[in-house]
Design a protein around this ligand. Structure first.
Ligand SMILES: COc1ccc(S(=O)(=O)N2Cc3cc(C#N)ccc3N(Cc3cncn3C)C[C@H]2Cc2ccccc2)cc1
Ligand SMILES: [Zn+2]
Length: 328
């Protein structure tokens, strides 16, 4: 893909780096406190975006690790999204991703976290998000990717792995896609978590790759952007959910990369920095990550490679020996 033909301004990396750095500075903003329940996830989103843009050190490593450890819920043996918040698989995965990126897994009581994760495995094969029992294929991906990053995926060997794969197989729809649970309609974010889980478990044979490939490339709209379901609006975050699934299936050429690149670049705020869900909307750190993540998967010049399964820097996943054979 040649960026010289782009009609949109290029990716303004310095501006987006300063936007992410500013997020942790405005602690007086009401918005800062209203998003406490997302804090550790937001740190993962910001840190990963910085890594892809080549500015991993823009956030202080020591302060970041100290914040993650302040989210440890010692009663549960896992991480919450904010100090004194209850442990949840979503925040536990974010904590592990941050510590792996910073090569600080030695700070984690791995046996206790593994016990928490395995305690969420349901008889049906799906994972719950926490002890309250809400189930979702998103939580299954979080559990399996967390165990993999901890080097403890073998805990699922045998019947637990078959149960997990069997549940995801029962979520597969006629259109080749996957939903949040058995019987739920296909949705791009759920397709990512199910395909990603099957990729980690080396069971992509459970995916109808041609049919799903078509469903995924049909997410692209005339604007170049991707939506999450038929008849929905395009949204930058689907640049990652759809592209990562296509990347795992080796079908990224099935979409128009040039037009998607233009769409993502058009969603930048070129004054304050950051990327929004679509042009003209308010930016946030979630869409900033998934915008640069999408550009990285499209081979946009000047960005670090992203691993499509773990949504983490490819060099970090490579160093842990977790890169899959089909990834370039
Ligand atoms: C602004 O209203 C919201 C609504 C929901 C949430 S959320 O439940 O915490 N969450 C994460 C999220 C974070 C931010 C940011 N910063 C912004 C949005 C957003 N969404 C909502 C969204 C994204 N695209 C369109 N929509 C409507 C996804 C959602 C679910 C999710 C959680 C973890 C990982 C992946 C997905 C946060 C804010
Ligand atoms: Zn979105």
């Amino acid at each position: 893909m040649s960026s010289s033909s782009s009609k949109q301004p290029q990716l303004n990396i310095p501006l987006h780096v300063s936007y992410i750095k500013s997020l942790g500075e405005n602690k007086d903003d009401l918005a800062y406190h209203l998003t406490a329940h997302l804090r550790i996830n937001a740190v993962y989103w910001g840190l990963t975006a910085l890594c892809i843009m080549g500015h991993k050190d823009a956030l202080d490593r020591g302060e970041t690790i100290d914040f993650v450890m302040s989210c440890w819920d010692d009663e549960a043996g896992a991480f919450g999204a904010h100090p004194d918040h209850d442990a949840h698989i979503l925040s536990t995965l974010s904590a592990i991703q941050i510590l792996v990126i910073h090569d600080a897994l030695d700070r984690v009581d791995i046996p206790r976290v593994v016990k928490f994760i395995l305690s969420l495995h349901q008889p049906s094969g799906v994972f719950a998000g926490d002890s309250f029992g809400e189930i979702d294929t998103r939580f299954t991906f979080c559990a399996v990717s967390a165990l993999s990053l901890l080097g403890r995926l073998h805990e699922l060997d045998g019947e637990p792995k078959q149960r997990t794969v069997g549940y995801i197989a029962r979520c597969r729809n006629f259109d080749g896609g996957f939903g949040s649970c058995i019987g739920a309609e296909s949705h791009a974010a759920q397709v990512f978590v199910c395909v990603g889980t099957l990729a980690i478990l080396d069971r992509l044979d459970e995916v109808d790759q041609e049919t799903l490939g078509w469903w995924l490339c049909e997410r692209q709209l005339p604007s170049g952007g991707l939506n999450g379901r038929p008849e929905k609006l395009e949204d930058v975050c689907y640049s990652f959910w759809v592209l990562s699934s296509l990347s795992i299936l080796n079908k990224i050429p099935w979409i128009d990369a040039e037009k998607l690149t233009e769409f993502i670049l058009s969603a930048q705020d070129l004054e304050g920095g950051g990327i929004a869900d679509r042009p003209g909307d308010m930016v946030d750190v979630f869409h900033t990550l998934f915008g640069v993540a999408g550009l990285s998967l499209l081979g946009y010049p000047g960005l670090e490679d992203l691993d499509p399964v773990y949504c983490m820097p490819a060099e970090v996943i490579e160093a842990k020996g977790l890169r899959k054979s089909w990834t370039a």
